[in-house]
Design a protein around this ligand. Structure first.
Ligand code: FAD
Length: 457
């Protein structure tokens, strides 16, 4: 079948557009957040409703084209697209309906985090998501979802109440704790393996303003600050969140000019308890006299989008991740060493807390298996210039290699790179067998395989 015939056949049954390489918007539509990944799909189906998704899945199955599902397009490994295949693009299926009385939000499958924050904040409510507001709800939630409220409200999947899914056979089902509960279990951490989620329903919690922001110290205090942080945070109340970071201070407000381009270590805080208690909670932080004391009361969406400008789409990214239970002195020393060698201004190390409320869910209660992890660690090499990215990539890999012996073995599925099948198994640990069984039930031919794949075989 020629390209044009293929396109026409699918376009005839969709309300949304179908783009091939001849379409003027093709290059824009195929671009991924991570510019390091350059894929040229045969067709991009810009779905506008569930019926479009059903048709696109049917077409993918019958044509034999490999299918990728695109939510927000933020996958570091570029899993929202596929070379020479069919992209089921959900970027036009964005919208949020909030029911403030019931404290739930219905979120369409292609919606971005900031759009949910905006809609729910109007009612003084929130669900826990990630730290950059342009990330897709779809991929982030299906992999687990860590962010500024994890210790307080758990992972994003812990606030998930229901998902509407188009399965590999084209059927449409709703998964909840009571309906298709096995599918619901698999969706909460199992990534895009089980179907296309056209809408998510989240429980909302009363979080409106928080007291938080970044506190940074000079890099020569990395060992001291990290050693303090690893002891302090796990004993702090669940309302306190704070991810440890090694960063170059960006040359922009609100950072004072004398710190611009300085490499520093720090913590980005989010206290979601009563503002009146924040002073006391942060007393130990103030006692460490940060050079950049960035704590203030602010709306939650302000913190959740504070770093959007630093990390726009189109940079070249490489990252490696691991789950961490402890940060022994030897690991602290490695952090201090690699901090000195930050290769580019946007490269970074983050340690996202995964304890508190997230750790009070059993490891087999959802597909997300690392409930005993205290942190999700990610080493990230980033640069806007493809010619500069190689040293950043090497730094992120070497840093990860050096720390891996101190990790729990598996990495966070949403922050994997080019790491192979064994890594997927180590990420799901004891839950892998059940996931494979459910893959055989819901997608026996592995139609949805452009993801961290759980093989049905
Ligand atoms: C700048 C940046 C910041 C990040 N911050 C965080 C963070 O704070 N916390 C965190 O947990 N993660 C974070 N991540 C990682 C993020 O969770 C993953 O990259 C995630 O895959 C992004 O989802 P997406 O929908 O944007 O991606 P896409 O590339 O569109 O999709 C990623 C995967 O999810 C699948 N998928 C997406 N939507 C659907 C859907 N509706 N139905 C079925 N499958 C779907 C895709 O098929 C693909 O396999 C960040 C990533 C970046 C680049």
């Amino acid at each position: 079948m020629t390209e044009a015939t293929l396109r026409q056949e699918l376009a005839g049954s969709l309300r949304g557009d179908v783009l091939d390489a001849s379409h003027p918007e093709y290059d824009e539509a195929r671009a991924l957040y991570n510019a390091m990944i350059d894929r040229r799909p045969r067709l991009i189906a810009r779905c506008v409703d569930v019926a479009d998704v059903i048709e696109a899945v049917r077409f993918g199955r019958e044509s034999g084209l490999q299918i990728a599902v695109r939510g927000g397009g933020h996958s570091g490994a570029g899993l929202g697209s596929v070379e020479d295949g069919l992209v089921i693009d959900l970027s036009l299926m964005r919208g949020v309906l909030v029911d403030p009385g019931e404290r739930v939000a219905r979120v369409l499958g292609g919606t971005l985090l900031g759009e949910v924050d905006h809609a729910t904040h109007a009612f003084g409510l929130a669900a826990p998501f990630g730290i950059i507001s342009t990330t897709g709800v779809g991929g982030l939630t299906l992999g687990g979802g860590v962010g500024n409220l994890t210790r307080t409200l758990g992972l994003s999947v812990d606030s998930l109440l229901a998902a509407d899914v188009v399965l590999a056979d084209g059927s449409f089902v709703t998964a909840t704790e009571d309906r298709n509960d096995d599918l619901f279990w698999a969706l909460r951490g199992g990534g895009g393996n089980f179907g296309v989620v056209t809408s998510f329903t989240f429980r909302l919690s009363p979080v409106s303003t928080i007291v938080g922001g970044p506190t940074f110290w000079s890099l020569d205090r990395t060992e001291e600050i990290l050693s303090w942080y690893r002891e302090f945070l796990p004993t702090a109340p669940d309302e306190l969140n704070g991810f440890f970071a090694i960063h170059t201070i960006p040359p922009a407000l609100p950072f004072p000019e004398q710190f611009h381009f300085q490499k520093m270590c720090g913590v980005v805080w989010c206290y979601a308890g009563a503002a009146a208690a924040a002073d006391e909670v942060y007393r130990p932080v103030r006692e460490l006299e940060p050079d950049l004391p960035g704590l203030m009361e602010m709306p939650l969406p302000a913190l959740n989008s504070a770093f959007d400008g630093l990390y726009p789409a189109g940079d070249h990214w490489y990252w490696r991740s691991d789950y961490v239970a402890e940060i022994p002195d030897a690991a602290v020393a490695i952090h201090a060493d690699f901090a000195e060698r930050l290769p580019t201004p946007k490269s970074t190390l983050h340690l996202y807390p995964a304890d508190g409320a997230a750790a009070r869910v059993a490891s087999d209660a959802t597909a997300f298996s690392y409930r005993d992890a205290r942190w999700v660690q990610v080493t990230v090499g980033v640069d806007p210039d493809p010619d500069n990215v190689q040293p950043a990539k090497q730094w992120a890999r070497d840093y990860w290699d050096a720390l891996h012996p101190y990790s729990m073995g598996g990495g966070y599925v949403n922050m994997l790179m080019d790491e192979g099948q064994e890594r997927v198994r180590s990420t799901y640990r004891e839950n892998y067998g059940r996931l494979a069984e459910l893959k055989r039930k819901y997608d026996p031919d592995n139609l949805f395989r452009v993801n961290w794949n759980i093989s049905p075989d």
